[in-house]
Design a protein around this ligand. Structure first.
Ligand code: KMH
Ligand code: ZN
Length: 271
């Protein structure tokens, strides 16, 4: 079986230090969290950035400073900026990190309710526009699918030439407004993929480790991190992203799945 690519979503745009004091805001804190995840076995850092006071931003310059600082400590890690940003941001704001031509970036494949009062908007035209920009800059998209319909959207736009082949998907499961986080839902998503696709699964909250385990068994890849879940186990806050990655590494070891280095992850994903 292919080695396991572990992505760490170290920060996100929604969680705050009130939820878990280890959530990173400053450049130093972001580097600390990226390094803890990398040293524990993550080969990809899914990156959102913040102002020093915790406000999410998609500012290109802030991304550059953070990416350079992460690379100084973890030279071979793959940094995957978010183009999702926060639900209230405009498409123009969100797209900024693509201009830095990172190896990968997320491409969100549909619109959904997000939290109690927000809508995370990704129209078909936006997806085409983001996909085209990524092709132009040779950025591999991670196709974020919060529901099965988004896989269908990505497959259709790939056929139309807006998304580079072979596709790499990320199932973000358990968001209120998206698909649930059950094994049945996971199998539905997984069985809806084109045969040449790779995928990673990000389970939100309590779904994180059960879905990670399913993907490890299935030959898929895994995303964990504070963006998705702040607990190491029920009622116990994780002290770092590294602790969450360590737990996945332990599960993978028990199940006989080897963990990929960044170089091996590049090979698997065709970067
Ligand atoms: N923060 C969410 C609204 C992504 O990174 O591409 C969107 C998100 C997806 O986190
Ligand atoms: Zn994200």
């Amino acid at each position: 079986m292919e080695k396991l690519i572990i992505t760490a979503a170290i920060c996100g745009a929604e969680v705050t230090k009130e939820h878990n004091p280890a959530i990173p805001y400053t450049v130093e804190e972001i580097v600390r969290e990226a390094k803890s995840a990398y040293e524990a076995g993550a080969s990809i850092i899914h990156l959102h950035v913040r102002e020093d006071d915790g406000t999410p931003t998609q500012c290109k310059d802030r991304f550059k400073v953070c990416i350079d600082a992460i690379k100084a400590e973890c030279p071979d890690v793959i940094v995957q900026p978010s183009t999702g940003g926060a639900a209230w941001m405009t498409a123009e704001e969100r797209a900024q990190p693509v201009e830095l031509a990172p190896e990968m970036a997320t491409l969100d494949c549909g619109t959904l309710n997000f939290g109690g009062s927000e809508i995370f908007v990704n129209t078909e035209d936006m997806i085409k526009q983001f996909g085209s920009m990524m092709m132009e800059k040779n950025v591999k998209p991670e196709l974020e699918c919060f529901d099965k319909s988004m896989i269908d959207m990505a497959v259709r736009l790939k056929k139309k030439g807006f998304i580079k082949k072979p596709a790499h998907f990320s199932f973000v499961m358990g968001v209120n407004g998206g698909i649930g986080g059950s094994l049945r839902d996971f199998l539905f998503m997984r069985n809806s993929l084109p045969s040449d696709a790779t995928y990673s699964v990000a389970g939100i909250g309590r779904h994180e480790f059960p879905l990670a385990t399913a993907a490890i068994i299935d030959g898929g890849h895994v995303r964990v991190g504070f963006e998705d879940n702040i607990y190491l186990e029920r009622g116990v806050l994780a002290k770092s992203n590294g602790e969450l990655v360590e737990k996945v590494v332990r599960i993978a070891k028990e199940l006989g799945r080897e963990v990929a280095t960044p170089a091996e992850a590049r090979e698997i994903l065709g970067l």
